[in-house]
Design a binder for this molecule. Structure first.
Ligand code: WQD
Length: 327
């Protein structure tokens, strides 16, 4: 009953690996360490390689008695995906097809897939439900939408059952401050705010403060990485109990603005976050937050942590680990 976790040496993957192991589950981590760090998996079994290596995936499944998989391994930089689309088609789409072919040959039929709320593009309505139109606005988001559809076809043709988790904005660090995000791998708001508050980078560029929101800045649904990891564990158990293929939004249902994040950081970190207002970033939706009704009904999942805990754990992690897991 081993869970294969691809990309398990990465940010969300390593938090999920820890939760599985804390629950006494057997895991094997498969990561090419392109963006992940071996230190993040602690003493979990780690095989270094590429998801497209079907023979290696087959050997891992046989050697470790793999019965299910969680697939995190993917490139995730929206801007890079528009500059280097082929890198994303090959790694995110082609790589996943090779992985699934190897899993099916090894008799593995349960797969949890790391998808993204970015498949909705700019949602027409908030909160965002699973019935919202899928209208990706970047190559990265398109790879996630394509893979969800390909995985459904694998369900039709090969009996694969998948839970595609559409993440909103993952953030924060482990509650015990043992693992966290590596800001060298992220241009997302919260690690950027932390680094600026610690004086380790230029001021935060706030991409627009002229939006039709309460304070003029964009609104997002920030979800604690431990809550996100819990959704993956519950998805594995849902599939093990015979659950049908499903796509689920993973968000808190609450929206926070860019300035909410900055002011909360100043309050909790007792610091000043240097900022400068700059023009809007192209492609930024004004307001995005989830309707978590379906994931609650399907998995019994509810978020435990709010923005204060997200900021407090991120602040503690980054202020004590300036070099990330390498510290
Ligand atoms: C958040 C807000 C920016 C940086 C992310 C992932 C995407 C998906 C959803 C998983 C926006 C503003 C940011 C900065 C800023 N998750 N911002 N200055 O764009 O919501 O998307 O979550 O797949 O893949 O990328 O996240 O952190 O880039 O931006 O003002 O230096 O912060 O405009 O309003 P985003 P983000």
């Amino acid at each position: 009953m081993t869970v294969l976790v691809t990309g398990g040496a990465g940010y969300i993957g390593s938090h999920t690996v820890r939760q599985l192991r804390n629950l006494g589950r057997d895991v094997v981590v498969f990561d090419n360490l392109d963006m992940g760090f071996a230190g993040a998996v602690m003493d979990a079994p780690l095989v270094i390689g590429d998801v497209a290596d079907e023979a290696l995936v087959g050997r891992i499944c046989a050697d470790h008695g793999v019965t299910s998989a969680i697939h995190f391994a993917a490139h995730k930089n929206v801007g890079e995906s528009m500059a280097q689309p082929s890198k994303y088609w090959h790694n995110n789409v082609d790589g996943t097809v090779h992985l699934v072919d190897a899993l099916l040959r090894a008799g593995v039929r349960d797969l949890v897939f790391s998808s993204s709320c970015s498949v909705y593009g700019t949602p027409e309505n908030v909160p965002v439900t699973e019935s919202a139109p899928v209208q990706p606005e970047s190559v990265y988001a398109e790879t996630k939408a394509m893979m969800e559809r390909i995985l459904r076809w694998y369900g039709t043709t090969s009996g694969l059952r998948t839970v595609s988790l559409r993440y909103f904005n993952a953030a924060g660090a482990s509650l015990d401050n043992v693992i966290g995000e590596d800001w060298s791998q992220s241009a997302n708001l919260i690690p950027v705010v932390m680094k600026a508050a610690l004086g380790l980078r230029p001021p935060v560029q706030v991409f627009g403060n002229d939006y039709p929101t309460a304070d003029g800045t964009c609104v997002r649904d920030y979800i604690h990485v431990e809550d996100l990891a819990d959704a993956h564990v519950r998805s594995i158990d849902y599939l093990a109990a015979g659950g049908a293929t499903v796509g689920l939004n993973v968000g808190t249902g609450l929206g926070s603005s860019v300035l909410d994040v900055i002011r909360t950081t100043e309050r909790i970190g007792e610091c000043t976050v240097p900022i400068e207002f700059v023009p809007r970033r192209e492609g930024d939706p004004i307001t995005v937050f989830a309707d978590p009704t379906v994931i609650n009904e399907t998995l019994g999942w509810k978020p435990v942590h709010g923005l204060d805990t997200i900021i407090a754990t991120a602040w503690k992690w980054h202020s004590t680990h300036p070099d990330g897991i390498r510290t």
